[in-house]
Design a protein around this ligand. Structure first.
Ligand code: 5GP
Length: 174
């Protein structure tokens, strides 16, 4: 049975769109010859779609699916690749596009396995960052918003597969 929670909007749709536009410009300024965007499914699909459409230059896309949380709100620290990339990364300017960095364990794992595929450069863009929960020091070159340690949904992020379609970021509560 579906449960419904009260939603408190943390970041409005307009604020997200403005920030994504400026991140896209930053990425373009750093990579005027184009980038290869690697979207981490499922959570980053909305961020990827908006970011890619705001990028003024050349962009190619690929998708990778990982599971790290299941349906709970606690990080397990276990990362499983459910779907790998379709193409190699050798010699490419790769940007990992991720929804949120929390403990950092997922991104640390992904950066390691993608670096081993010999991209020319490897950077990371995250819409959200929760630095207070970090368990491992990782580099994220492009961060949309830094937020407090709250479980958020919307704009691609789910709770038990719900709420990914919300155009804003919200905190759920009973
Ligand atoms: P980390 O490995 O950094 O702890 O967690 C990264 C992954 O955990 C994210 O890609 C995301 O799937 C999930 N996650 C972390 N914090 C949140 C949150 O506040 N809301 C949702 N929906 N997922 C989260």
């Amino acid at each position: 049975m579906l449960r419904y929670f009260a939603m408190n909007i943390l970041i409005s749709a307009d604020d997200i769109q403005r920030r994504v536009r400026s991140l896209a410009q930053e990425i373009h300024d750093d990579h005027p010859n184009g980038v290869h965007l690697v979207c981490v499914l499922k959570g980053a699909f909305v961020f990827l779609a908006d970011l890619a459409r705001q990028l003024p230059g050349v962009a190619t896309l690929d998708f990778l699916a990982v599971s790290s949380y299941g349906t709970s709100t606690q990080s397990s620290g276990q990362v499983q690749v459910l779907k790998d990339l379709d193409a190699g990364l050798e010699g490419r300017d790769v940007i990992i596009v991720e929804d949120i960095v929390d403990t950092g364990l997922t991104l640390h794992y992904l950066q390691d396995i993608l670096r081993a595929r010999a991209p020319r450069t490897l950077q990371t863009a995250c819409l959200l960052s929760k630095p207070s929960k970090r368990k491992i020091d990782i580099k994220v070159e492009y961060v949309g918003f830094t937020i407090e340690d709250k479980f958020v949904v919307g704009y691609g992020l789910d709770y038990a597969e719900q709420y990914r379609n919300l155009p804003y970021i919200a905190v759920i509560g009973d």
